[in-house]
Ligand binder design. Sequence first.
Ligand code: URA
Length: 290
Amino acid sequence: MVAPLSRAALRDILAFYREAGVDDALDDEAPDRRLSAAKLREAAARKPEPVAAPVVPAPEPEPPPSSLERALFDAVPDRPAATVAVPDEGQVRLARELAAEARTLEELRERMAAFEGCNLRYTAKQLVFCDGNPQADLMLVGEAPGRDEDIEGRPFVGRSGQLLDRMLAAIGRDRRSAYIANVIPWRPPGNRTPTPQETEICRPFIERQIELVGPKVLVTLGGPSSKTLLNATEGVLRLRGTWRQHATADGRAIPAMPTLHPAYLLRNPAHKKLAWRDFLEVKARLRALG
Ligand code: URA
């Protein structure tokens, strides 16, 4: 039987959740997202041999638990100790192998849905793989799904997506003539910025997705997507509007236009004219490519 918590303890827990970025309760029952013992064994078997570990000083002794920690501990029923998958080099390698072996977009989607090596999948509601037409000659890639995308399972369906639809319409396109995806296919909790490790783990999947779609022109939306896919280091305000190339693993160079992210444009509407120019460039390039 779980002991009831005091009002003060409940207030502390809610404050903690708020700081940790928990902004919605999706289910009445908390799902157990921890790995099963079998999955843990599988993950351990995939790990590379440990390299000589640096000498780490002995940890400070743990301070005694605070009254809040004791209350939280008492409130949690006994369960076996659990571990979640932590991004590491082994997972990046595994993601590369899985992505490279996917022969079709559907196979890639299945492999990504089954991939357990990225922490974000444990807090996201579902995989957000793509929207639009895989036969399209134009592909757009954003950063990561937000709350609306996490709920619907499709990229760019919230306010940013509505603006993106208007940007596409301005060059005579819609989701039947464009393909849309994200570098990160799982919503980061509280919409936080994905870590560099999370990006490296997800990179092989989006690179393979681009390779399988094979668009004539790629548009990278915002700084993170542009830097990740165009091997660039400049800020997006410098990068945008300049033609780049996205190099695929099978040796193709896809013309790529970095531009401003719709979420940024919602906050900085005066910059919409810059994105407008970029989209006109894209339209002209697609026309020239036939
Ligand atoms: N922002 C993104 O980068 N991608 C989405 O799918 C939604 C918002």
